[in-house]
Design a protein. Structure first.
Length: 692
């Protein structure tokens, strides 16, 4: 289920703060940044809605002073769109029915966290869809107003027809046919606008157009004016909506117009097939037909296997000859109302209207077999190539052309990944694709560990208060099969699930210390932040190992700051306390990251003697969206300074954030505005004051 990446704002009605923390971690552990607030009364609820918008509410039926049903009633009174999920002590159908009747979205027994997570993500997805729909409706009304104005004032002749009857025509269209005004045209059949000799041809064209079987969208014929005189016209057709009703747009060019060349605008020069833009246009039309008539189609993506190695060996010119041969082979097979295009450098795409998955699979196998059987003679060699074909089904639920084409492309990549050689067909399945991706990441992780392929990169942490010291956060990257860097966000969950995270973090710590030692020996005064997860905190042998490493390298401990996330500290508070205490005994320093996620973050902080606190990035991303967030940051930083903590703001990606963070009292900033992670610790920390 695809979710948007904004922070989830969660309300919780529950008498137990510990249980509330578990609910927050349920969302965070699934990869969703979450800010939460407990609710205790109707007045507090009203005040919270005045401050900001909220996304979701967990409400326990153990709450007595302010019950879930009262909460739902208050939300309805306040006319807020926020899904409420009831947490019950047992799975009772009567309670569920009562809850649904009250407007509560679902009821889930306490402790059934996997089920609760699925229900929460479902309701969030529905909420985001409703918000997007409301936003789109506003945008649509505005766009319709602008379009109506443009149509009315356009010099081109434009009309809309429904069931063959005119429902709108602009002034240029009316004048073109010699009528005094649109009232004379309204309801007139389109057939009455062309000569009798062209009417049968137009009927056939429109029938094929509705079925998606035309190669072109234009029809040239003789129009007939109100005075019965004839003139040649080029009618271009496209699907449209007018006043919310599906219809056909007619755009008419006279023979004096300069219509664009079909060949140059929609044709791939090398192969003579349709190009990417033309194919996307055809897929968009198929989506419209699926919405109107529930007509399914299949999109095939045909990716040539190992073509890059052939290009390196034979050169671009010879490779183009091979592509031309493949295009001719495919063109012989993708005929009739089916659409074939060259989609990118080495990939072809086909649209098969009215095709079910089984038939699409059979078609894909025939295409692969035909490509494999073909021989291209280039540079004195007989060259054979194969292709991996991915299939995605287009139906009324398809959201966009890019979405369904990308699914077909992913399915083609799945063939290559699973077989190693390609030359096969696969129908897109999200579950299979995710499982394959998970397995691929696991293999890459193991390979990177076994062969020490991981990379360290460094991002500067810069003082806003004139501190001239050098600070970097150490970040990890893993190369993929093509050598591109993969960030931890893409493999951290797999590493945790496979029990590899603690081993990876030891590699990071060891290599970071050796690199820092070399950097210090070159005369720098540098401090590095190194991240440590909950898995490592639970490892009792980690602290003695770090101690030995520091003794071996003769590295001063105060040059290293070990970072622990608030989420891990909350989940393992006793172990986190001991770890931070041990780190301080080694003369190292400690930092608490993602601060502010917990319901009561300062409760954890009083048990953890850390020197630095990095506030959660959700506070930074909210600055430009919510005016109250500026006060939230300022109050949070002020409270941290009272406790003697140095504060760090992450994810600073624009200069516009600097005044807010400066006024809030932030000590250090980090983010792409300063510098993206680099292979070297080479940031210039000097200032004009330093130079003076």
């Amino acid at each position: 289920m695809q979710m948007q990446q904004d922070t989830i704002r969660l309300l919780i009605l529950d008498p137990s703060q510990n249980d509330a923390e578990d609910l927050i971690n349920l969302l965070r552990n699934s990869g969703h940044a979450t800010q939460a607030q407990m609710v205790e009364s109707p007045q507090q609820l009203a005040d919270l809605f005045k401050q900001k918008n909220w996304d979701l509410c967990f409400a326990s039926n153990r709450s007595v002073g302010f019950t879930p049903f009262q909460l739902q009633s208050e939300i309805k009174k306040l006319e807020q769109d926020i899904p409420v999920i009831l947490l019950t002590e047992e799975d009772d159908s009567d309670i569920l029915m009562t809850a649904l009747e009250a407007g509560i979205k679902d009821a889930v027994p306490m402790g059934q966290h996997p089920r609760l997570l699925l229900v929460a993500l479902r309701e969030l997805a529905n909420l985001y869809e409703r918000r997007a729909k409301r936003k789109a409706q506003i945008g649509l009304r505005d766009a319709e107003k602008r379009c109506r104005l443009l149509l009315d004032n356009s010099k081109d002749a434009i009309a809309y027809a429904h069931d063959g009857m005119h429902i709108y025509a602009n002034e240029a269209y009316v004048k073109l046919f010699g009528y005094p005004d649109f009232d004379e045209l309204e309801g007139m059949p389109l057939m009455d606008m062309v000569s009798g000799n062209d009417q049968d041809g137009l009927k056939s064209f429109l029938r094929a157009y509705r079925e998606g079987k035309n190669d072109a969208d234009n029809f040239v014929c003789n129009g007939i004016r109100d005075d019965s005189s004839l003139f040649e016209i080029n009618m271009e057709f496209s699907s449209a909506k007018y006043d919310g009703e599906s219809c056909t747009q007619i755009f008419i060019r006279t023979d004096g117009g300069d219509a664009p060349s079909e060949g140059t605008s929609k044709q791939d020069v090398l192969t003579g097939l349709k190009n990417q833009a033309a194919f996307i246009h055809q897929v968009d039309k198929a989506i419209e037909q699926a919405l109107e008539n529930s007509d399914n189609s299949a999109v095939l993506f045909i990716q040539l296997d190992d073509i890059m190695s052939l290009k390196s060996r034979l050169g671009p010119a010879s490779t183009n000859l091979i592509l031309g041969d493949v295009a001719r082979t495919l063109a012989k097979m993708v005929t009739g109302g089916n659409i074939l295009a060259r989609y990118d450098d080495f990939g072809f795409a086909a649209l098969l209207p009215g095709c079910d998955p089984d038939s699409a699979g059979q078609a894909g196998e025939k295409l692969c077999a035909a490509i494999a059987a073909n021989t291209s003679q280039v540079s004195g060699e007989n060259i054979k190539v194969t292709a991996s074909t991915g299939i995605a089904i287009l139906n009324e639920n398809t959201t966009s052309a890019s979405n369904v084409i990308n699914k077909a492309r992913e399915a083609a990549s799945f063939v290559k990944t699973n077989t190693g050689s390609g030359d096969g067909v696969h129908i897109h399945s999200s579950d299979e694709q995710e499982a394959a991706h998970e397995a691929q990441i696991a293999d890459q992780l193991q390979n990177a560990l076994d062969n020490e392929l991981f990379k360290l990169v460094f991002q500067p942490v810069v003082s806003l208060r004139g501190d001239s010291g050098e600070h970097y956060e150490v970040l990890l990257r893993m190369p993929d099969a093509e050598g591109n860097d993969v960030s931890p966000s893409e493999f951290i969950h797999t590493a945790t699930d496979r029990g590899l995270l603690a081993r990876i973090e030891r590699w990071v710590i060891e290599n970071s210390i050796y690199k820092l030692k070399k950097h210090l020996d070159e005369g720098h005064k540098t401090h590095t932040f190194i991240n440590v997860s909950g898995d490592s905190i639970l490892d009792s042998s980690l602290l003695p190992w770090i101690s030995e490493l520091l003794n071996e390298t003769r590295l001063p401990g105060d040059s290293i700051i070990f970072q622990v996330s608030e989420t891990d500290a909350t989940a393992h508070l006793t172990e986190a306390k001991e770890f931070v205490k041990g780190i301080n005994q080694l003369q190292c320093k400690a930092a608490l990251t993602h601060f502010g996620r917990a319901l009561n973050p300062f409760n954890n902080l009083k048990h953890l003697p850390v020197s630095y606190v990095k506030i959660d990035s959700s506070f930074i991303t909210e600055v430009n969206k919510n005016a109250d967030s500026k006060d939230d940051i300022k109050n949070l930083v002020s409270a941290l300074h009272i406790q003697g903590k140095l504060t760090i703001a992450p994810m600073v990606d624009s200069a516009g954030l600097l005044p807010v963070l400066w006024q809030a009292g932030i000590n250090y900033i980090q983010g792409y505005y300063i510098q993206q992670p680099s292979k070297s610790m080479d940031y210039d920390f000097s200032t004009e004051d330093d130079e003076d």
